[in-house]
Design a binder for this molecule. Structure first.
Ligand SMILES: NC(=O)c1ccc[n+]([C@@H]2O[C@H](COP(=O)([O-])OP(=O)(O)OC[C@H]3O[C@@H](n4cnc5c(N)ncnc54)[C@H](O)[C@@H]3O)[C@@H](O)[C@H]2O)c1
Length: 245
């Protein structure tokens, strides 16, 4: 089975590093033109150059609704359409409940949940008109299980699952599909802060015996963006080496 995304235009938020960068590169290898959005213009452009296949970089803070709306318009202008939206940008601001500040709550919810909402709202119009669209939201296993010290992050990722299912129902009749991917522990800057010992202990609790790689997530994203996934919507796919089953 080959995944052919030629003729498709994609937008990946937070595509300059980690999971987002690998998703952007994989979509481009499958033939899509990819827009990479990140807060820093130079980094977005560097990622786009490295990704190739006509990729473009855009400076956007996804926590800012106006910027997200403008981003979608700019991508539609640059590529003539936006077919595949990957809401990947995400942040953590961990602390135990009583130490979590309102700011910690707002920063995480604004980036991880309101950003995807604004991007979907802006992108859905064109997708509905063209009767084709793929929305892929990167949530987390923590959105399913909860996690000590991550009330804000878990709430944002659980919210993203509710958002995914709601828009899947609203947009299905126009052939616009929305799904979520819930990674477990993936080797990126987000997990690099852990000590090697903590990483080893963690790996021992994962049935497949290792942390995941960005490629493990990107392969599923490319499949969900493709024609092969035409009968799949409103689903949450856990990619975690069997950790939370
Ligand atoms: N790494 C993991 O183990 C893991 C597990 C579960 C879920 N996730 C989720 O996967 C996604 C990617 O995570 P990662 O590990 O690659 O993280 P990362 O920190 O390496 O990359 C996150 C990306 O998002 C961008 N970003 C952050 N805030 C932004 C903003 N306001 N506007 C625009 N861009 C912004 C960053 O610049 C970066 O490019 C996130 O949504 C994260 O919550 C990661």
């Amino acid at each position: 089975m080959q995944i052919d995304l030629s003729g498709r235009a994609a937008l990946v938020t937070g595509g300059t590093r980690g999971i987002g960068r690998e998703i952007a590169a994989t979509l481009a290898r499958c033939g899509a033109r990819v827009a990479v959005a990140a807060r820093d213009q130079a980094r977005a452009e560097e990622a786009a150059r490295a990704i190739g296949n006509g990729a473009c970089g855009f400076a956007t803070d996804v926590a800012n609704t106006g910027e997200v709306t403008r981003l979608v318009e700019e991508v539609e202008q640059a590529f003539g359409a936006l077919d595949i939206l990957v809401n990947n940008a995400g942040v953590t601001r961990d602390n135990v409940l009583f130490r979590l500040k309102d700011d910690d709550w707002d920063a995480v919810l604004d980036t991880n949940l309101r950003g995807p909402f604004a991007a979907i709202r802006a992108a859905a119009r064109g997708m509905m008109k063209r009767r084709w669209g793929r929305i892929i939201n990167i949530t987390s296993v923590v959105g399913l299980t909860g996690n000590k010290g991550q009330a804000n992050y878990a709430a944002s990722k659980a919210g993203l699952i509710g958002l995914t299912k709601s828009v899947a129902k609203e947009l299905a009749s126009r052939n616009v599909l929305a799904n979520a991917i819930a990674p477990g522990f993936i080797e990126t800057d987000m997990t690099a802060a852990m000590t090697p010992e903590a990483q080893r202990e963690l790996a021992a609790q994962i049935p497949l015996g290792r942390l995941g790689t960005p490629g493990d997530i990107a392969a599923l994203a490319a499949f969900l963006a493709s024609e092969h996934a035409a009968y799949i919507t409103g689903q949450v796919f856990v990619v975690d080496g069997g950790m939370v089953m």
